[in-house]
Design a protein around this ligand. Sequence first.
Ligand SMILES: Cc1cc2nc3c(=O)[nH]c(=O)nc-3n(C[C@H](O)[C@H](O)[C@H](O)COP(=O)(O)OP(=O)(O)OC[C@H]3O[C@@H](n4cnc5c(N)ncnc54)[C@H](O)[C@@H]3O)c2cc1C
Length: 386
Amino acid sequence: MELEYEEVRKAVFDTAETFIKRKVRPIASETDEREQFPLDNIREMGRLGLLGIPYPKEYGGLELDYATYTGFVKELAKACASTAMTVVAHTSLTCNPVNAFGTEEQKARYLQPMLSGEKIGAFALTEPGSGSDMSSMQTKAVEAEDHYVLDGSKIFVTNGNYADYYIVPAKTAPEKKLLGISVFLLEKGMEGLSTSGKKERKLGMRSSDTGELILDGVKVPKTCLIGRKNFGLDILHQTLVSARLGMAAIAVGIAEEAKQYCISYVKQRKQFDQYLYHFQSVKNMLADMEMNINAADLLLQKAARMKDNGEKYAKEASEAKLFASEVATQVTKDAIQLFGGYGYSRDLPLERFFRDAKLTEIGDGTSEIQRLIIADELIKRGSRSS
Ligand SMILES: Cc1cc2nc3c(=O)[nH]c(=O)nc-3n(C[C@H](O)[C@H](O)[C@H](O)COP(=O)(O)OP(=O)(O)OC[C@H]3O[C@@H](n4cnc5c(N)ncnc54)[C@H](O)[C@@H]3O)c2cc1C
């Protein structure tokens, strides 16, 4: 008998809770220290169905809403933000464009093995000279008879060294700038496609992998074009907007975890013959943490609900991502302060939370870019009377 929607949702959270407790949390500090990619855990999440939460059952997904997906990412990030980031790059940035814009053949061939965790996905947009400004993209795709030839390079590719499939945008009509971009799915092993072997050494998110792609005359069959030629901008826009919910969920998860550590600590640490929670400045810090995390979570839930309802949610996704990431950075910084010298020590995970939180202000569009998007959307939507 088929389980009801709510039962499946509950089963997902129960499964995730057990998995995170047994497999993710115990190794988070060690994999961070060793900068070790959590490959086994990614495969197991696929087997458990956790990589297919918002995708169709037809391709092995669970067909649940984005609120459930972001709820799962949040729980994962509490234990290990790097693992959550790996999942968001795979699920939001790679599976999403295939599901939303791919043909039935592409979904059967690529989406299915990614949802089951057999194959790992990566999204390769950023280039050495093109970050916030994707119109300066240099990677080109030249059309031939039954294929395209891609040349260029991509950097900061999350999962880059472990991925089997890459979403790769390239210019098919460079003179049209943003309106001349197409999106391709490249498979590991295609001739001319390689990783540079460089593994980015990062401040935080150290057990997530960040690599570089080299495209040297890669012959890509036309069947690997996602959506229509020169209509890549829309695909990239939709993909990045949905990924911002994932990044916001990571930020809320990190902040919530740091706050929990603080609550326990102020009830056990005494100075001047008093527990820390008796000091007014400590109470202020805790109150600000609680209020800001709740506000960030509400923005995230609102944006996820709008996506689930099929409404436009680009502004709300940017609001959630921007606010949650800045809250995560502030909360984790304050948490270190609250723990004093112990907070600065690598024996405790507070410093990892702080390092990991900073990435959420940069990945999937920096805070400055989110502010531009919010303001532009506001202006586009017009005044109160219009
Ligand atoms: C750990 C990690 C993982 C990543 N994973 C991926 C991935 O999987 N796939 C991928 O494609 N990319 C990935 N990125 C790249 C990331 O998306 C970019 O770093 C980010 O978009 C910023 O681009 P940039 O680094 O080139 O900075 P730039 O665009 O050069 O920006 C530099 C500074 O200028 C500011 N700035 C730029 N333009 C404006 C403007 N118009 N107004 C105001 N300020 C502006 C920026 O906010 C920033 O502060 C990752 C990055 C990191 C660090």
